[in-house]
Design a protein around this ligand. Structure first.
Ligand code: COI
Length: 356
């Protein structure tokens, strides 16, 4: 019933599947950590094979001070969401895509990774063990955070001798404090998120630490987040600190192509397919920063941000506004189409959702 494979330890005594919903102010969820009941842990040493994963009470983990992740940043993370349907069942959205992306990132970071089957089994087990934290329909989702870290001890620079795959979860609502209202971005001119040949195309933890300074500066100046340009020409859009970006002009939707410096977002990829399915022309190409100046609409996509309309972008001191202070029609249409699918309110002809 738990979808656990033979490699996952799951005695009945480990946890009791709670039937009721946790006590929480479900109407006021933001994107902050709400500790839940269980986390999942699976380890692997030199042979590169993960075995014997298990659920544990959510809480601190023990880590060597000389672990690869703490000293040299050998770590990856993922993000996906579980939604509660009106009939009480739970839907995951494209979890195998996260499993595959983690495997791709692990290869880049010289780490072994769980198989797709191990990843999926572990996700299902963790979500079901924390079922009471999945928000009621329409109130948010359960954010699932898988981590893969070099937990073994190193001193000289080398891949760690042991790895830990961990999953924790938290109920969440809207990512930006603006809620569903349009966000205000500023184009970052001093810092870059990624460089050609670097790790911008994988979900390694360092990519997120390195944008904190620009994000902090943006917030201090009253913006929601920073938008990065390519580091070679300082001319083409890359992404926002926590999400991908799309530009709409004359009903044509454009987004920066995947070329190693941009995170291949699962929401990005899904929105491209959803938009094409709705009859839009979608182009994946180099999108220059000047195109922002006369765009009809701009929106961001990501697991955490879903589809976030952009109300304004400031570039070299010049502010351009979109959507007449409201949500643009294309952003609204794509947001509704995607979230209806994720919540099980629209027919899933793509086979993207997994009921557990
Ligand atoms: C996500 O959207 O799931 C991410 O991993 C971005 C993170 C900065 C919240």
């Amino acid at each position: 019933v738990l979808g656990a494979s033979s490699t996952i330890k799951c005695e009945a005594s480990v946890y009791e599947e709670a039937v009721e919903t946790a006590e929480l102010d479900w109407d006021n969820l933001g994107f902050g950590l709400v500790p839940t009941d269980y986390m999942y842990i699976m380890k692997c040493s030199q042979n590169g094979i993960f075995t014997e994963g298990e659920l544990r009470q959510y809480g601190p983990i023990e880590l060597s001070p000389s672990s690869g992740v703490l000293n040299y940043g050998q770590g990856l993370f993922e993000g996906l969401k579980a939604y509660r349907k009106e009939d009480g069942s739970i839907l995951l959205f494209r979890p195998e895509e996260n499993a595959l992306r983690m495997r791709m990132g692990a290869e880049r970071m010289c780490m072994p990774s769980p198989t797709v089957e191990q990843f999926l089994d572990a996700i299902k087990l963790t979500v079901l063990a924390n079922k009471r934290w999945v928000p009621p329909t329409g109130k948010g989702s359960l954010y699932i955070r898988p981590l893969l870290i070099g937990s073994g001890a190193v001193l000289g620079l080398s891949p760690a001798p042991e790895y830990t795959f961990l999953i924790f979860v938290s109920p969440v609502g809207n990512y930006f404090k603006e809620g569903l209202a349009p966000i205000n971005l500023v184009v970052e001119n001093d810092f870059h998120r990624a460089t050609p040949g670097g790790t911008g195309g994988v979900k390694t933890i360092g990519n997120y630490a390195s944008v904190l300074k620009a994000q902090k500066k943006a917030k201090e100046n009253g913006y929601s987040d920073a938008l990065y340009l390519d580091s070679t020409h300082k001319k083409y859009l890359e992404e926002v600190s926590s999400c991908n970006i799309f530009v709409v002009k004359n009903k044509v939707i454009s987004t920066p192509e995947i070329k190693g410096t941009i995170l291949p977002g699962i929401t990005r990829k899904s929105i491209i397919d959803v938009a094409r399915g709705q009859g839009y022309q979608v182009e994946e190409r180099a999108v220059s920063v000047e195109e922002l100046l006369d765009a009809d609409e701009v929106f961001c996509t990501g697991t955490a941000v879903v589809v976030s309309p952009v109300g304004s972008i400031t570039y070299l001191g010049r502010r351009v506004e979109y959507g007449n202070k409201g949500v643009g029609t294309v952003s609204q249409e794509l947001y509704s189409a995607l979230t209806r699918l994720q919540m099980g309110l629209a027919e899933d002809i793509m086979g993207w959702t997994l009921q557990i």
